[in-house]
Design a protein around this ligand. Structure first.
Ligand SMILES: N[C@@H](CCC(=O)N[C@@H](CS)C(=O)NCC(=O)O)C(=O)O
Length: 256
């Protein structure tokens, strides 16, 4: 094994959750990528996003003592360092499609279910038993006043972000329709294939899975995206199960 392949990778991310390993799609995408690419890593769980002194966001990695931010940049960095390319089977056109799908999911679709979670129905989201240790996140189901302050602060923050991004300015039905249209398009593209570009999982599959598992596996039966995917995009549900089996044999252990 070469020296670089022995590089020590430490993933820094938010603590584990129930039902899915993380409510951060970016953390799930990165971990799924490392697992599919067979890159060994250790995890340091933190309670605050502000632990990242450079961007204030999670996840990030420390590789041989150097911090790298942003899930997609981290995937490129690790691919180069470990000489693995999950996208090696993709044609140049497929690479562009993969890139566009990832942008859509990470920068747009994400906010449509984030809006439901943190602006429209935070009371449902925060009391669904998803957090193993709710107090870590300032969630206090037994202290309604504290709980409502926390929900208001989260709502304000996401409203500010989605207002700048644009999606937050629309009526909520329209926001959800946009997210559902994204997912329907991905479902059509996936079709009967096991993975987005055929028989082998590539980076876009890690990213698609990271968002879909937020919808498919969380016990949020009133979420419009979930209702739509379960009824109209059954191939996305099967895809999710396939990715979970491929990359997360320890899923149940991690999420219970
Ligand atoms: N582009 C970043 C996005 C990361 C991101 O948005 N992380 C969220 C958690 S899911 C976060 O840190 N939020 C706190 C904040 O933005 O203040 C990536 O791909 O890693």
């Amino acid at each position: 094994m070469s020296e670089t392949k022995e590089a020590n990778v430490k993933l820094v991310t938010i603590t584990r959750f129930k039902f899915i390993p993380s409510v951060s799609p970016f953390s799930i995408a990165l971990e799924t990528f490392m697992r599919v690419a067979n890159i060994q890593y250790e995890v340091e769980f933190v309670k605050e996003y502000t632990v990242n002194k450079e961007t204030g966001q999670l996840p990030f990695v420390i590789v041989n003592g150097v911090q790298v931010n942003d899930s997609r940049k981290i995937m490129s960095h690790l691919s180069e360092l470990f000489d693995v390319d999950l996208d090696s089977g993709l044609s140049p056109v497929e690479k562009v499609i993969s890139h566009a799908f990832q942008r859509m999911l990470n920068e747009f679709t994400r906010w449509t279910y984030g809006y439901w979670r943190y602006v429209d129905q935070p009371e449902v989201f925060f009391t669904a038993g998803i957090m193993d240790t709710p107090e870590l996140y300032g969630i206090s189901p037994d202290d309604p006043e504290k709980m409502s302050k926390m929900i208001d602060a989260g709502r304000k923050k996401i409203l500010e972000i989605t207002d700048c991004q644009g999606v937050g300015r629309k009526p909520k039905e329209e926001i959800y329709k946009i997210g559902m249209d994204d997912l329907k398009g991905l479902s059509v593209y996936l079709g009967e294939k096991p993975f987005m570009f055929g028989d082998k999982a590539s980076i876009v599959d890690c990213v698609l899975f990271s968002h879909l598992c937020q919808i498919v596996y969380l016990p949020l039966p009133t979420m419009p995206h979930k209702i739509m995917v379960e009824n109209e995009c059954k191939n996305l549900v099967a895809f999710c199960d396939r990715m979970k089996a491929l990359a997360w044999p320890d899923w149940d252990k991690l999420t219970n």
